[in-house]
Design a protein around this ligand. Structure first.
Ligand SMILES: Nc1ncnc2c1ncn2[C@@H]1O[C@H](COP(=O)(O)OP(=O)(O)OP(=O)(O)O)[C@@H](O)[C@H]1O
Ligand SMILES: [Mg+2]
Length: 226
């Protein structure tokens, strides 16, 4: 099943008198259970593409079908429902709430998603290997552990698609590898569709497919043998 379909997608930012086209005609299909890595140089449009595909930003021309419906046809309420129910986001900065412990940080997302069953919180913390640290606060755990919590938070609503923008950009090598292993497990064991932006070419091997973005265009679109 195709979850996202983009056609002739462009994005233009207007800054003062300048128009800067940063996405220059992208065609893309994302199928269920794919794990797509987006690589490419700084400024090539990786984050912009991720934001367009997830509806965080509006495209300039073209079209995007998200769950078989043109993304612009979702009204604000439907879009926020989609984010509550079907989509998870993980970012470079973990954005945990400092005065809440690990459990409570995930609980907040559960409340927002309308999930009352507390066992779901324990379940997702277990999925990322944080079940023994539920009472610790963000400043008591490492960056890698904080990112695990951020991933648990993104998983609590059992999303169909996880969008991740440089999720290991702030981590040292070993913590980065551990986080990539978690994404791989989410893909292989929990059948999550993942679209992940990374600077690091070595990380392509964790996914099923990678795209190379250069100057707003896809210059490579390759399957990965895992
Ligand atoms: N809100 C914005 N307003 C104006 N220009 C923007 C905006 N966001 C991004 N851009 C421009 O769009 C281009 C692509 O930016 P984007 O953040 O998508 O690149 P990226 O590939 O994610 O880079 P990096 O690897 O450094 O994160 C850049 O030239 C950037 O300056
Ligand atoms: Mg970026």
């Amino acid at each position: 099943m195709i979850l996202i379909e983009a056609r002739k997608l462009t994005k233009e930012y207007v800054v003062g008198n300048f128009k800067n086209q940063v996405i220059k005609g992208i065609d893309l299909e994302v199928k269920e259970k794919e794990f797509i890595s987006i690589v490419g140089p700084s400024g090539s449009g990786k984050t912009t593409l991720l934001y367009l595909l997830s509806g965080l930003e509006k495209y300039t021309t073209g079209e995007i079908l998200l769950f078989n419906k043109e993304i612009n046809l979702y009204n604000d309420k439907e879009m926020s429902l989609l984010r509550q129910k079907n989509i998870g986001f993980v970012f470079q900065f973990f954005n945990l709430i400092p005065n809440l412990n690990v459990f409570e940080n995930v609980e907040i997302s559960a409340v927002i998603a309308g999930i009352k069953d507390k066992s779901r919180i324990e379940e997702v913390l277990k999925m990322v290997g944080m079940e023994d640290s539920v009472h610790l606060y963000p400043n008591q755990i490492s960056g890698g552990m904080q990112q695990r919590v951020a991933i648990a938070r993104a998983l609590v609503n059992n999303p169909d698609i996880i969008f991740a923008d440089e999720p290991i950009g702030n981590l040292d090598y070993n913590n980065g590898i551990a986080i990539m292993e978690i994404f791989k497990k989410l893909n292989t064991e929990y059948n999550k569709t993942i679209i992940l932006v990374t600077h690091n070419e070595d990380m392509k091997k964790y996914g099923t497919r990678y795209l190379r973005l250069i100057d707003g265009k896809i210059t490579e679109d390759e399957k990965v043998i895992r």
